[in-house]
Design a protein around this ligand. Structure first.
Ligand code: IMP
Ligand code: MG
Length: 177
């Protein structure tokens, strides 16, 4: 049976908020270049929407890390599945994530990327679930939405690899599970 999805944030609400955050980032980075790092796969929709709205020069790279299995709980084990193609030396790096939950993925990632000599590393996330944070040292400069502790899908976020393509953000009601 199909899972029921309750809309948490509509496509219009997400769109409007990305416009605001992109304007803020463009202002903060005026006169500089941003090296966007998209965290696959979940960050891909947000990264594209954000990148299109930035008015400063942008370069992009992609990285894939795994911290979750097929369920909804963090395993605490982070593994680089696909590394970056470009060096980070001297760059103003902006990491773009779909959601920050326990913070384990980013805490690990930031440590790894710092070793590569970027000029700066800043975090930008579509969603943040601060109640769930385990790694308190992870500070996010740009957050589109702070949400309660619920498992969400859409706009890149999946449940068991499904629902990434939904144009809105919703909460799944697991039917018959
Ligand atoms: P963290 O390491 O616990 O912060 O987990 C971050 C990653 O877990 C995100 O990049 C997502 O891939 C996944 N994740 C955490 N919460 C959710 C959720 O509510 N829906 C879908 N994926 C989630
Ligand atoms: Mg992710």
């Amino acid at each position: 049976m199909a899972d029921k999805i309750h809309v948490l944030l509509t496509e219009e609400e997400v769109d409007r908020r990305i416009n605001e955050v992109a304007a803020q980032i463009s202002e903060d980075y005026a006169g500089r270049e941003i090296h966007l790092i998209c965290i696959l796969k979940g960050g891909v929709f947000f990264t594209c929407e954000l990148a299109k709205r930035l008015t400063v020069p942008v370069s992009m790279d992609f990285m894939s890390v795994s911290s979750y299995g097929a369920g909804t709980e963090s395993s605490g084990v982070v593994r680089i599945v696909k590394d970056l193609d470009e060096p980070l030396e001297g760059k103003d790096v902006l990491i773009v994530e779909d959601i920050i939950d326990s913070g384990r993925t980013l805490a690990y990632l930031i440590e790894v990327l710092k070793q590569r000599g970027p000029k700066s590393i800043t975090l930008c996330t579509l969603l943040d679930k601060p109640e769930r944070r385990v790694k308190k040292q992870v500070t996010v400069k740009y957050t589109c939405f702070t949400i309660p502790d619920e498992f969400v899908v859409g706009y890149g976020l999946d449940y068991d690899q499904k629902y990434r393509n939904l144009p809105y953000i919703g909460v799944v009601e697991l039917v018959g599970k």
